[in-house]
Design a protein around this ligand. Structure first.
Ligand SMILES: [Zn+2]
Length: 419
């Protein structure tokens, strides 16, 4: 018998609530039960993982995006090949038909910042869990009808499945011009906005100019790094706190708590930490809730700052997502700079600096964009001082007149061109 989707969502919410409580009571015992179930129910059906399915997590290979796609056919438990899913996903994107499926499995295409696009597979049940997660941990329950404006590069069945009588969902295509969004938002009047910080900052600007007039009750930042400055501007402009969701195509990994920290959902995830220094780490994630395309020891190249949270949850707390390990600037003589140092120094150079970007074109060449541009010299001098203090010599800082940002793509405030 096929269970209606909405009922599946309700069941998933109950299951998630149960699992969360069981985790908080005894994290280790809960995780070992989840791991055991994941091994027998899922990994034993994956051609690549089945041989390890009786061992411990350390027996599995660590994978990045490249390996995850390379081994696509062997990883998924339904015998779906990368070729067929890629061609279905590409066709769907061309025709802007966002509901491609292979025997009931939704096929999604990831944007990918480094140009290599990936494919992900999600079953209906997994979709129900995703929706339940959004309802339970991000939007929260409410019997009031709410309108959600969701900014995305491409729509997907995954997202539209949140729709119900209580939640009306407006999909905004990031590839469309801002004026169009502003007009539509003014008439839609969303209660909730979900979008990337660079887009949210454009909404702030439009609201200040009086072109936009909306009063959302919640703003949720996704996809890009949310800097403390942007967080402040957005929350001041709309008089709301900005929540963050740590998510990628491989799953929903965490979200802000009432204390403003991001907790990783360890009731369904095993998190291994690859330490970068005493505070920063990159997570290696195993998602024990995935069934069709298991995510096992998937290495994210994000830089997370671990912290202690007093909200009561035992799940790992993150104070900040600093950026990606690709954004760490590398200089001659093996000197490196984390993006957060640069951010502080530029913002600190003058109180009026609202926007900036740094691109490392080559190890000894930086391009700097500053807005308002009158403060470029101050920012450049502060940056030079920082470099010298770190014993990084002979770096050429050039002026960048406009930001390097392609419409619809993720905005990267600090990044190194290494390819
Ligand atoms: Zn907390």
């Amino acid at each position: 018998m096929r269970i209606p989707f909405k009922l599946q969502v309700i069941l998933a919410v109950c299951r998630l609530e149960f699992e969360r409580r069981r985790y908080e009571r005894n994290p280790r015992a809960h995780q070992s039960r989840m791991w055991k179930r994941f091994r027998t129910r899922t990994l034993a059906r994956s051609p690549l993982y089945a041989p390890h399915a009786t061992g411990s997590i350390a027996d599995f290979p660590i994978q990045g995006k490249v390996e995850f796609m390379r081994d696509f056919d062997g990883i998924n438990t339904r015998g779906i090949t990368l070729d067929e899913s890629m061609s279905i996903a590409m066709d769907a994107e061309r025709s802007r038909d966002f509901a491609p499926t292979i025997s009931g499995i939704t096929v999604g295409l990831s944007s990918g910042t480094s140009g290599n696009r990936g494919v992900f597979l999600v079953s209906e049940k997994e979709r129900a869990f995703w929706v339940a997660m959004v309802l339970q941990r991000i939007l929260g329950f409410s019997f009031k009808r709410r309108k959600v404006a969701f900014f995305l590069r491409a729509n997907s069945k995954l997202y539209t499945s949140v729709e119900s009588k209580l939640i009306q969902f407006g999909f905004f295509d990031l590839l469309e011009p801002m004026q169009k969004h502003v007009a539509r938002l003014n008439s839609f009047q969303p209660d909730v906005i979900v979008g990337q910080p660079s887009l949210l900052m454009m909404l702030v600007e439009a609201q200040h100019k009086g072109q936009l007039n909306i009063h959302p009750k919640r703003i949720i930042s996704v996809a890009e790094v949310l800097s403390p400055e942007d967080q402040k501007s957005i929350s001041t402009c709309f008089s709301v706190t900005v929540q963050q969701v740590y998510q990628c195509n491989e799953g929903m990994f965490g979200q802000s708590c009432s204390h403003g920290n991001i907790h990783l959902n360890e009731d369904g995830l095993l998190i291994e930490k690859e330490w970068l220094d005493t505070r920063r780490f990159s997570p290696i994630i195993t998602d024990m809730r995935r069934r069709v395309q298991p995510v096992v020891r998937y290495k994210m190249n994000d830089i997370l700052h671990v912290t202690e949270c007093t909200c009561g949850s035992k799940m790992i707390a993150i104070s900040q997502i600093e950026g990606r390990t690709d954004d760490v600037l590398e200089f001659p003589n093996e000197r490196i700079l984390f993006p957060d140092f640069i951010r502080r120094i530029i913002i600190g150079a003058h109180s009026e600096i609202t926007n900036y970007q740094i691109v490392q074109d080559s190890p000894s060449k930086l391009a700097l964009f500053v807005s308002p541009s009158v403060h470029w010299e101050a920012a450049s001098a502060a940056l030079t001082e920082l470099l010298q203090a770190q014993d990084i010599q002979d770096i050429d800082i050039q002026r960048l007149e406009t930001k390097r940002h392609q419409l619809g793509s993720k905005f990267r405030r600090i990044y190194a061109k290494r390819h």
